[in-house]
Design a binder for this molecule. Structure first.
Ligand code: PMP
Length: 399
């Protein structure tokens, strides 16, 4: 844990129960392990996190520089964000996916996708309600559900089912209480992508059971081998049952800028805007202007970024096969999901790689029970560093 210890004083701060329900932030403990190794003077190759390593394209940075002095942006922005930004994301969805979105009623501006997925649980869930959550899955889904005081029913993602959930395995009792579900393709942590038929099945399942869908499309731009990932919103009926969360963090290397969107179902968009009216006053106008430039400007930077990740993926899996670590290359996202060799748990393997090879991988158990048996590698270092990481691991003779 990296959080400071509680300060002792005569006056005891007694937080609300919801704070006690919040799980430990998984990535915080990973970071502290890496920092410890670095403090000992080791050259750690940190592949344990999902932080894009490349800078934001210069034309987007220039757009912020140009917008920053504009006095209009020094005032409070409109509560739900500038219309030009909502128009920009609608135009991008039209061009990329053929999806029509009404900027006024079907787009909410978020402080990154993470905010949206925690908010949507507050909006939809309370005690006694159930949220369907992928296992393994992005740990922030759990945070929102915990804050809401609701329960989770896990949907196992198994390699034998292409890392897609099997809706028929959910019990009638869980389905009766389920009000919300998260799906996420291209997937973190498995790197799997989903076919059109999966989204069609999801929409039928959600409509039949009255469950609102959140399609977390954080890696929507990152698909390999010439295959563009499919958007949930492309499928007929999607807007009736849910929203898609989109973010500029990965597509344009803008993780630090905090720009995301909730798109689709007008009632969910209205509720998100209502909640945000009470929390925030939208993003700095200059950031909104730069975000609109990202979405409406030339998209070569996105194609180049995807080509770079694909080339890294190929180099990395090529090196893995040389040391005898057999794994199927991920079709999307910037993650590799690798089976743990016999004799190790995922946490033991991650500790061994860190302590003996100075390579940080995220143990699969951190993403849920069904993540056990795997480690996640982020392809977020240069090809040379990725190959160096594999060669160090090869030196341990684990395969
Ligand atoms: N969903 C998934 C699956 C992610 O991996 C991330 C970022 N790591 C997010 C959502 C949130 O991204 P952001 O808040 O930067 O938009």
């Amino acid at each position: 844990m990296t959080y400071p210890a509680p300060v002792k004083s005569a006056f005891a701060i007694e937080p609300a129960d919801r704070m006690k329900r919040l799980p430990e932030q998984f990535f915080a403990s990973l970071v502290s392990k890496v920092n410890h190794q670095i403090s000992l003077g080791h050259d750690v190759i940190n592949l344990g996190q999902g932080n894009p390593d490349q800078p934001t394209p210069p034309h987007i940075v220039a757009a912020l520089q140009e917008a920053a002095p504009n006095p209009l942006y020094h005032k409070y922005p409109p509560f739900s964000g500038y219309r030009f930004l909502k128009e920009a994301v609608a135009a991008r969805y039209k061009e990329d996916y053929g999806v029509d979105l009404d900027p006024d009623t079907e787009v909410a501006v978020l402080f990154g996708g993470k905010t949206g997925l925690v908010e949507i649980s507050q909006i939809m869930l309370g005690p006694g309600d159930v949220c369907l959550v992928p296992d393994p899955g992005y740990p922030d889904y759990w945070s929102g559900v915990a804050l809401a005081g609701a329960e989770m029913a896990f949907m196992p993602l198994r390699e034998s089912n292409a890392f897609l959930p099997d809706y028929s395995a959910l019990s009638p009792r869980e389905l009766e209480r389920a009000k919300l579900m998260f799906i996420n393709y291209p997937n973190n942590p498995t790197g799997a992508t989903a076919p059109v038929s999966f989204y069609e099945e999801t929409i039928r399942f959600a409509a039949k059971n009255g469950i609102a869908v959140v399609s977390d499309f954080a890696y929507g731009a990152i698909g390999f081998d010439g295959k563009r990932p499919v958007s949930f919103l492309e499928q007929p009926g999607a807007k009736e049952v849910g929203i898609e969360l989109y973010t500029l963090s990965k597509t344009y290397n803008m993780a630090g800028w905090r720009v995301g969107f909730a798109l689709g179902n007008p009632e969910l968009v209205r509720l998100i805007n209502l909640m945000q009216d009470h929390y925030y006053c939208s993003l700095f106008g200059g950031i909104q202007a730069a975000a609109a430039t990202a979405l409406t400007g030339p998209q070569d930077c996105v194609r180049e970024l995807v080509a770079m990740y694909e080339s890294r993926r190929n180099a990395f899996y090529g090196a893995l096969s040389d040391i005898g670590w057999q794994a199927l290359p991920s079709p999307g996202s910037f993650f590799a999901w690798l089976p743990v060799p016999k004799g190790f748990t995922s946490a033991e393997l991650a500790d061994t790689l860190l302590e003996r090879a100075n390579v940080m991988a995220a143990p699969g158990i951190g993403f849920g029970r069904n993540g056990e048996g795997y480690v996640r590698i982020g392809l977020l270092s240069s090809e040379d560093r990725l190959k160096e990481a594999v060669s160090r691991i090869g030196g341990l003779n684990l395969f």
